[in-house]
Ligand binder design. Structure first.
Ligand code: NI
Length: 136
């Protein structure tokens, strides 16, 4: 961890009260830690706005494994970009549904393209992309 430095900020009283309520509702007991995490989150999002930024991500999807050829299609999509797919975990949720979590590394543009192709595949019910970065 890099050395901490102190700073001060001016903030409206009402806004600070809302922030304090938010942070205690999310398990924070320290304003500085809450602010640092929000700053990091904003910086990760900013990094993802650069198409060529080298980023990491997880994609979680739920799909119906009985959908015609979907499982093969999802496998083919991942093989097509195998350098960007670090690993995946598959869970059989019930008789019909599967949960898959895919961990990826590549450029922001590449990972968004892969995620769009996977999430838009017929039979994928929901997909959530979590943006991450090594540079935090
Ligand atoms: Ni399954």
């Amino acid at each position: 961890m890099s050395k901490l430095t102190r700073t001060a900020l001016a903030i409206e009283k009402d806004l600070l009260a809302k922030f304090d309520k938010w942070m205690s509702g999310h398990g924070y007991t320290n304003r500085s830690e809450a602010v640092r995490d929000l700053v990091r989150s904003a910086l990760v999002e900013a990094e993802w706005e650069r198409p060529d930024a080298k980023v990491i991500a997880t994609l979680s999807i739920i799909y119906d494994h009985e959908q015609h050829e979907l499982a093969q299609q999802l496998t083919a999509l991942q093989h097509a970009d195998h350098h960007a797919i670090l690993c995946s975990q598959h869970v059989h949720l019930d008789r019909h549904q599967c949960l898959e979590v895919i961990i990826m590394s590549g450029t922001a543009k590449q990972l968004r393209r892969i995620c769009d192709a996977i999430i838009s595949a017929k039979g994928v019910k929901v997909g959530k992309l979590t943006l991450m970065s090594r540079k935090i």
